[in-house]
Design a protein around this ligand. Structure first.
Ligand code: KIV
Ligand code: ZN
Length: 514
């Protein structure tokens, strides 16, 4: 086992391939900055050739995020590598990540290439990428279903051609932990030159084994692990970063004190940010970052934890940066107390952001007696650093019931002009959404709508998330309020503002993914 494991985060590339997820450039930049704070070693910022939006996202992250290596994916073809380099060239530490499939199934049905052709292409493209960039990662797609002899041959040749990292993906999440561990061991023992490069793994979660396979690979010599925040990714997703890291951290004894660069106290915040911007909620029992991950329901467990935390807690909530949900502020709290609490929670807002956040806090404190950390998080996460509010909610009125047709009147400011529209719908929310569409003059397709309570109690904040489709792109909107209809209306307006913000700037339309 190596002394330190490198974390290659692919939330912005494979994670964005999660069905229904689409992030704009600002959102990707915000996530990349948080990943840098978290301490990841490599950020895969996108797949530059797949769309103009992806290209700009890789370029923006490359030019603005310092510290981690910034990578772009590229198929093993010259035009992909050219485009990846065009996006990466101003990065402090750029990496071109090129890949080609090596399994019989992929070579025969997808690539229609022979082994020799694939080998020749892999070597040629690593050499081609090397002309631009000293750091080149090569991935043998579907490695876990590749004939071992051929895999060794490909890896040996790409190392000779100059690859600095060889990645072994379990592309379809097919491997079992012992089997995958042995694959890595075999590569380490049989591939000439392997000691000069990093051995990376990239596991998918189709059988729920992505984290187990990644950990087995680490035990057998992998020096880099590819993963995503919250386990996002194609189909059932990728290995979850927080689970891998907390596994290594909590079981230092088992992993021989294996080091990593992650500041675990930033895990919770990163997970929240990614969930907010992608609109993908976490299952409550998700390991490490789920709502129940540190909740003790049974009386016996509660009693045990009160007597001695380690009876039922193998790690502390604080170790992932979870603040306890203690009552902090109320109606009479001033700006200074609010700012101090934000700092304690790890937020550093600009004076303008602070002013906006404080206004929201005051509004909330008028409606809700005790404002908790979770409420503050929801308020901060709502909109403080997001897109310009071209449309802003002024007021709404709803008439609905079980024997009447729902009707909504919504008034919004468009800059300084107050606009009012009314509409009917199947229910109060759909009527309000139709009224908003009338005002803005275009329709969107509602793909998903969800509502959840931020805290417990009748005066709890409700958090609404909408996912809408416009011109083949997905936009997420979010709104919070103690009134669930208001939260929903705000979420819809937030999504509309995002559409307006992106319109004309990103002509990507549909994007090519792998
Ligand atoms: O799953 C996979 O094989 C990939 C590669 C491109 C690394 O995402
Ligand atoms: Zn993948």
């Amino acid at each position: 086992m190596s002394a330190r494991i490198k974390i290659f985060d692919t939330t912005l590339r494979d994670g964005e391939q999660t069905p229904g997820v689409s992030l704009n450039i600002q959102e990707k930049l915000e996530i990349a900055r948080q990943l840098a704070r978290l301490g990841v070693d490599i950020i895969e910022a996108g797949f530059a050739i797949s769309s103009p939006g992806d290209f700009m996202a890789v370029k923006t992250v490359a030019e603005n995020v310092k510290g981690p290596v910034i990578a772009s994916l590229a198929r093993a073809v010259e035009k992909d590598i050219d485009r990846a380099w065009e996006a990466l060239q101003n990065a402090e530490n750029p990496r071109i990540h090129t890949f080609i499939a090596t399994s019989d199934i992929h070579m025969k049905y997808k690539l229609k290439m022979t082994e020799d052709q694939v080998l020749e292409r892999a070597v040629a493209m690593v050499k081609y990428a090397k002309k631009y960039c000293s750091d080149v990662e090569f991935s043998a797609e579907d490695a876990s279903r590749t004939r071992t002899g051929f895999l060794y041959r490909v890896l040996e040749e790409v190392i000779k051609a100059g690859a600095t990292v060889v990645n072994i993906p379990d592309t379809v999440g097919y491997s079992m932990p012992d089997e995958f561990g042995s694959l890595i061991k075999g590569i380490k023992e049989n591939v000439r030159g392997i000691e000069k490069v990093d051995i990376s793994v990239h596991c998918h979660n189709d059988l729920g084994l992505a984290v187990a396979n990644s950990l087995a690979a680490i035990m057998n010599g992998a020096t880099q692990v590819e993963c995503t925040i919250n386990g996002l990714g194609e189909r059932a997703g990728n290995a979850s970063m927080e689970e891998i890291i907390m596994g290594i951290q909590t079981r230092k004894d088992f992993y021989g004190g294996l080091k990593h660069n992650i500041n675990t106290r930033q895990i919770y915040r990163t997970s929240k940010l990614v969930s907010k911007l992608t609109g993908v909620h976490l299952q409550p029992n998700k390991a490490i970052v789920g709502k129940n991950a540190f909740a003790h329901e049974s009386g016996i467990h509660q009693h045990g934890v009160l007597a001695e935390r380690s009876t039922y807690e193998i790690m502390t909530p604080e170790s992932i940066g979870l603040t306890t949900n203690r009552i902090v502020l109320g109606k009479l709290s001033g700006r200074h107390a609010f700012e101090e609490r934000l700092k304690e929670m790890g937020y550093n807002l600009s004076p303008e952001e602070l002013t906006k956040a404080f206004e929201k806090f005051k509004d909330l404190a008028d409606k809700k007696k005790n404002v908790t950390d979770r409420d503050i998080e929801a308020l901060i996460g709502e909109k403080v650093s997001e897109v310009e509010e071209v449309y802003r909610l002024d007021s709404f009125q709803i008439n609905s019931g079980n024997k009447v047709i729902a009707m909504a009147t919504v008034s919004m400011f468009k800059n300084d002009e107050l606009l009012t529209e009314a509409a009917t719908g199947d229910g109060p929310i759909s009527a309000a959404f139709r009224a908003i569409e009338r005002t803005v003059g275009f329709e969107v397709h509602l793909e998903d709508y969800s509502l959840k309570g931020v805290t417990e109690g009748a005066d709890a904040l409700g958090e609404a998330t909408v996912r809408v489709r416009k011109d083949n792109r997905i936009y997420v909107g979010r709104g919070v309020s103690t009134d669930v209809i208001e939260a929903s209306v705000k979420a819809y307006i937030n999504a509309i503002n995002r559409i307006i913000h992106d319109h004309g700037k990103d002509t990507s339309g549909g994007r090519e993914t792998i």
